[in-house]
Design a protein around this ligand. Structure first.
Ligand code: LRH
Ligand code: MN
Ligand code: MN
Length: 391
């Protein structure tokens, strides 16, 4: 049995995605950051863009902030966002772009610098209170470039202790999502390099610490859907940073070259949502889907709309896997049959269901076309003159 057409449309309409403030500004490579016309200059303009994307798609009700990139009067920003029709989503402390972090943040040998990184993160918990945010999205960039540069176990102890101080500052209805990354900015070792490192830390921190899977943060060829299934089984999957990866942490549009992988990841989510164990299903229902893409040469708003659609397509296709038949094929050793069932869901064109879901939500059937034809790209380009907000 697969989802009925009506159910499919309703499920697509109910599948929400968080966009991020830094996805609307000009970013790039270490070689050059190109600006594009109409780029937001302030955090309010980033929120304007997030609200526009929500009006166009109906499925992006929250916008993530990164602090201090988005430093402002937070109570006022919350009001402003809500007036525009969106809420503030997860908050990410930036503990990697200050000169003090030359030799690390939470794992810095200097206790004063570790304390500073903790204070910045705890400040973000205060910002969560003010903005109504419930998730603290932590990424720790620390690592080393050379053997001998650091003592792994000593750093691990500092990391756990610092994270614990931040975790303990959270209110009971708040959680921490802890990201891992294989490499960059450090290249020899990274203190939280993979899901196992993150999971161990989360297990020590407490029940409200969960792993964040950034799709761009794995070695090539890693089976991300297996990681996702493992974390779902442990009830420790906190969320995703969604982007497209070709080589490394490319932050390209979601599913732009690997839609099959995205579909298989979504299939683990929708499979867990239907799990007979209510704990597994509830854990899957709490997973945050956050975009974490950066525009290098592409237009930001169109890129965001493309990524959202890619997520919706993958999600919808995953609901078309005939789970009963798949179980039978698995249990009878029908390898090709099992794979054919998964593949046939992936091959289905689900776009007509997306159009209906958008109709149900009261928005345009084709958000990207609606945006391009609205006159807004030209208006924003004419209005937003002056220094764009960068990182
Ligand atoms: C690190 C990362 C992390 C940061 C974001 C800007 O590569 O994925 O999530 O907060 O990029
Ligand atoms: Mn990320
Ligand atoms: Mn990243």
């Amino acid at each position: 049995m697969t989802a009925s057409p009506n159910e499919l449309v309703e499920r697509i309409a109910g599948f929400t995605i968080e966009t991020q403030s830094w996805g609307y500004v000009s970013t790039g490579t270490r070689f050059k950051v190109f600006n594009t016309p109409g780029t937001p200059r302030t955090v309010h303009e980033k929120v304007d863009d997030a609200a526009l994307v929500h009006r166009l798609t109906g499925v992006t009700p929250t916008v993530a902030l990164h602090i201090p990139w988005d430093r402002t009067d937070y109570a006022e920003l919350r009001r402003y966002a809500e007036e525009q029709g969106v809420r503030i989503g997860s908050i990410s402390p930036n503990i990697f772009q200050d000169d003090d972090y030359h030799h690390g943040s939470f794992t810095n040998p200097d206790p004063a610098i570790r304390a500073k990184a903790v204070a910045t993160s705890v400040e973000c918990v205060g910002i969560m209170r003010t903005t109504g945010s419930k998730q603290l999205s932590m990424w720790v960039a620390d690592g080393t470039n050379y053997p001998g540069q650091g003592d792994f176990r000593r750093r691990r102890a500092w990391l756990q202790d610092s994270l614990q101080q931040v975790y303990d500052a959270l209110d009971p209805d708040m959680s921490m999502i802890l990201e891992y990354k294989l490499f960059e900015p450090a290249f020899y070792h990274t203190d939280i390099s993979d899901w196992g490192q993150s999971l161990l830390l989360c297990q020590e921190l407490g029940d409200r610490a969960n792993v964040l899977v950034d799709l761009g943060h794995h070695a090539l060829g890693v089976n991300i859907e297996h990681i996702v299934a493992t974390l779902l089984g442990q009830r420790r999957l906190g969320g995703f940073d969604l982007n497209g990866k070709r080589y490394a942490d490319d932050d390209l549009m979601v599913g732009s070259t690997n839609p099959y992988e995205l579909f298989l990841i979504m299939a683990e989510i929708t499979h867990a949502l239907a799990d007979p164990d209510p704990g597994i299903a509830a854990g899957a229902a709490d997973v945050l889907f956050k975009i974490d893409q950066c525009a290098m040469v592409e237009e930001k708003l169109p890129a965001m709309l493309r990524s959202i659609e890619a997520c919706q397509i993958a999600y919808a296709k995953s609901l078309l896997i005939d789970r009963d038949e798949l179980r039978k094929a698995q249990d009878t050793g029908d390898v090709v049959g099992a794979n054919t069932l998964v593949d046939s869901a992936f091959q289905t064109d689900v776009r007509p269901f997306l159009w209906q879901a958008r109709e149900l939500l009261g928005g345009p059937a084709d958000p990207l076309r609606a945006y391009l034809d609205s006159g807004l790209p030209e208006r924003l380009a004419a209005e937003r003159i002056g220094a764009p907000a960068g990182w």
